[in-house]
Design a binder for this molecule. Structure first.
Ligand code: KIV
Ligand code: ZN
Length: 385
């Protein structure tokens, strides 16, 4: 099976989530958890951006074993020097340098011509080789760039020493079909791709980051850039857990594998939510509180007979305690009986029917039915008998 590298950017792009700022200690703690999760690359930060950021990248480089440690740098020497210094003690290090390639960015932000941008990209990659031979180049806003200019600039940076070319959907603009075609186009037209990793980096402005990443993998990308819980600039980045679990659940279709230790997913998600203060929405795929909760009678009946009737992922495999049966107004007798058993009640049929009718009445009025509610119902109904 083709192996997909997981490049985690929770500590760099994820930390760009509005309102999030992690201390050095917190970044090191998350990096150690990412190593237990067994990601291939940890993008530890953007060292030029602040002294604290430099220190965090340096400490991660020194203290975290296993994954390659990457640091971000604009295509300028002072950024690359700062990244190179911060990564000095890493066992395996990567410099990730980038420059924008879309007309809109080149004209308004950089105020440079495509030729000037290509030259800066090549110089940056050549310069970065003084620190490491693992160099990633990103064409920022690639999905709004001219495809032939992308071919030209990626070929030039590969000649200069880039070993990974990243295709970012910086503003979450592309769609799965278009991104598939772009990756195919680049694969077909870049003439010196031999041995070079094709990476994708998707943002979620249209809610398509995970779908776009999967589509790119299908088209031949072999690295995906993701964040835990999908945190990141604006609407966030492709969520690590969603991409990885989709690839695992649909191995039959994608025919690829990752090195991720799936049983660490729950713990990693909780740690990142706790330290960033960004709570996971209850309906979030894979790691939301309701991702494995069943409320309707039909679903509960199915799951209690055989879990896979309504669950395509085994929550225990991801480190969660298991599926949840939530009692509510849509619940049926089967789930209610199971709950009574769990609470240690043995009711005869007549008592059971009365208690069930009372439960439905309460559930119509109340949103979350707790064990205490059930106990109160039973006491009341048994008292009557
Ligand atoms: O979204 C983006 O373009 C980035 C690059 C720095 C890769 O985060
Ligand atoms: Zn990004």
């Amino acid at each position: 099976m083709r192996r997909i590298k997981i490049f985690d950017t929770t500590l760099r792009d994820g930390e760009q989530t509005p309102g999030v700022s992690l201390t050095v200690e917190e970044k090191v703690e998350i990096a150690k958890q990412l190593a237990r999760l067994n990601v291939d690359i940890i993008e530890a930060g953007f060292p030029i951006s602040s002294p604290g950021e430099f220190e965090a990248v340096s400490r991660i480089a020194r203290e975290v074993e296993g994954p390659t440690i990457a640091a971000l740098a604009r295509a300028v020497k002072k950024d690359i020097d700062r990244a190179g210094e911060a990564l000095k003690d890493a066992e395996k290090k990567r410099i990730h340098t980038f420059i924008a390639t879309s007309q809109i960015h080149m004209k308004y932000k950089l105020r440079k011509s495509p030729e000037e941008v290509r030259k800066l990209a090549v110089e940056a990659v050549e310069y970065a080789t003084k620190y490491t031979d693992d160099i990633e180049f990103s064409a920022e806003d690639a999905t709004r760039s001219d495809w032939d200019f992308l071919v030209e600039i990626y070929e030039a940076v590969i000649d200069a020493g880039a070993t990974t070319i990243n295709i970012p959907d910086t503003v979450g603009y592309t769609t799965p079909e278009e991104f598939y075609e772009l990756i195919r186009y680049l694969k077909k037209n870049i003439t010196n791709l031999n041995g070079v990793t094709i990476s994708v980096h998707c943002h979620d402005d249209l809610g398509l980051a995970v779908a776009n990443s999967l589509s790119a993998i299908r088209a031949g990308a072999n690295q995906v850039e993701v964040t835990v819980n999908g945190i990141g600039e604006r609407a966030g980045n492709a969520a690590l857990e969603e991409v990885v679990v989709a690839l695992d659940t649909r191995k039959d279709f994608y025919k690829v594998e990752t090195g991720i230790n799936l049983s660490e997913i729950a713990r990693t998600s909780r740690l990142v939510a706790h330290l960033t203060g960004i709570e996971v929405p209850p309906n979030k795929a894979v790691v939301g509180a309701n991702a494995f909760a069943h409320e309707s009678g039909i679903h509960q009946d199915g799951v209690l007979k055989e879990r896979t009737t309504y669950e395509i992922i085994d929550p225990k495999k991801l480190g969660f305690s298991g599926s949840k049966i939530v009692l509510g107004k849509h619940s049926g007798r089967h789930a209610f009986r199971k709950k009574l058993e769990e609470l240690g009640y043995k009711l005869n049929e007549e008592e059971f029917e009365r208690a069930f009718a009372k439960f439905k009445e309460v559930a119509d009025r109340k949103k979350g039915i707790t064990d205490l509610d059930i106990e109160a119902i039973i006491q009341e109904e048994l008292g009557k008998g």
